[in-house]
Design a binder for this molecule. Structure first.
Ligand code: PLP
Length: 385
């Protein structure tokens, strides 16, 4: 730090210059991100709650009420009348909380000490962090030819050490939904904690179903589902950081509770201590402002763009990995290596993302990617080959 204070103007000018290095969603060139520009109204509300601290809810009763309301609303969206949980920093923290709840529950009620979690090969890397932090072993369930959990493979790896089974509603790489109904049954029969990671899909699948899209059931209407991760900062258009962890029962929070002596509440179940209320307030605001109708409109628009891009790719000779279930398209060219294709796109200033399972260019059709950007991208792709 320098010795003397610097004028605000000068600091702002310097920061603006540095900020120029960042890509801007509005340019439509960020193709692989699951985040997007937050809605302006959500950002406005966010700024009003910057000083609130949900780590000490006795001091911020209003903001705590807002968090509870958001959890309740997301719970309702997921067919749960009485929801428990928190608005956290994102899908990673939500998944860590779910796995921690499962581990502690299994330790308390089944005496399992060296636990294992079963995750699909398509699971987000946040589960690796969770397993590492919580001292659990990861056991992978194989995928079938459609890149979804192979249920027989899953059954085969269940053991008396299994503390949780994880399935995905909207995989990070392909946007696919695992056979959650079948897995819920298996988990229920075996009395094993079942977590659904809908970080990406949670804010679109319910709305697409409402619009008549033929998508499978993935939520708390299935009795085996114990918790669901949903990220407001992805398809919910809330500012970063906003993740949601929703539990079916309060006991899953209770098994994680530790004493919090100097605070206004006696115990705390979240990983983070001092934590922002701004995310809850912004998510509350955007959910009210959009309503189900607003999110239905958004989901439908993004699926229309997805189909437009999907068809356009096939017309110019590219191969898609699978027909999209949500707003993600993954593709390759039959005569070109994926990495070479990615490099050529990067040379044309597209910010692409490469999926690893299977290797393919992956485009997440978020709200900042408009039809005009897709037309330009298709032109470039045609040119490349
Ligand atoms: C994005 C994502 C995560 C991680 O969420 P962060 O908000 O980046 O921490 C976890 N699971 C799935 C399925 C995701 O798509």
């Amino acid at each position: 730090m320098q010795d003397k204070p610097i004028d605000k103007e000068d600091i702002l000018k310097e920061l603006a210059e540095i900020h120029e290095l960042d890509y801007d969603y509005a340019d439509g060139r960020i193709l692989g991100s699951m985040c997007t520009e937050a809605h302006p109204f959500a950002k406005e509300v966010y700024c009003k709650f910057l000083d609130t601290n949900l780590g000490d809810p006795g001091l911020f009763k209003g903001t705590k009420f807002i968090e509870n309301e958001v959890v309740k609303s997301i719970g309702e969206l997921l067919s749960l009348d009485e929801a428990y949980g928190n608005i956290v920093t994102g899908g990673t923290e939500a998944n860590i909380m779910a796995i921690r709840a499962a581990r502690n529950h299994a330790r308390k009620y089944k005496g399992i000490v060296d636990g294992e979690i079963i995750i699909p090969e398509s699971a987000h890397f946040s589960f690796k962090k969770a397993a590492d932090m919580l001292n659990l072993k990861i056991v992978e369930a194989a995928l079938d030819e459609n890149y979804k959990i192979d249920v027989d493979s899953l059954k085969n790896v269940i053991s008396d050490k299994t503390v949780a089974i994880v399935a995905i509603a909207g995989t990070t790489e392909l946007g696919l939904i695992d056979p959650i109904e079948e897995i819920s049954k298996i988990a229920h029969e075996n009395n094993i904690y079942f977590h659904v990671d809908a970080a990406f899909g949670g804010f679109s699948i319910p709305f697409l179903k409402e619009l008549g899209y033929d998508l499978p059931v993935f939520d708390f209407s299935l009795p085996g589902v114990c918790s669901i991760t949903v990220d407001p900062h992805k398809m919910g258009l809330a500012p970063i950081p906003a993740g949601g962890i929703i539990f079916r029962k309060e006991e899953y929070l209770e098994v994680m509770a530790v004493d919090s002596p100097y605070l206004t509440v006696k115990t705390q179940s979240t990983i983070v201590g001092t934590r922002l209320g701004a995310s809850s307030a912004a998510t509350y605001a955007i959910m009210k402002y959009f309503g189900r109708q607003g999110y239905c409109k958004l989901a439908a628009q993004l699926m229309e763009n997805t189909q437009f891009f999907n068809e356009g790719l096939k017309e110019i000779g590219y191969e898609v990995i699978c027909e999209p279930e949500l707003n993600i398209v993954a593709f390759n060219h039959p005569n070109m290596d994926t990495d070479v294709l990615a490099e050529k796109l990067e040379d044309l200033d597209w910010k692409v993302s490469v999926a690893k399972c299977p290797r393919a260019i992956r485009v997440v059709l978020m709200n900042h990617i408009k039809k005009e950007h897709l037309k330009k991208l298709l032109e470039d792709l045609k040119e490349i080959y």
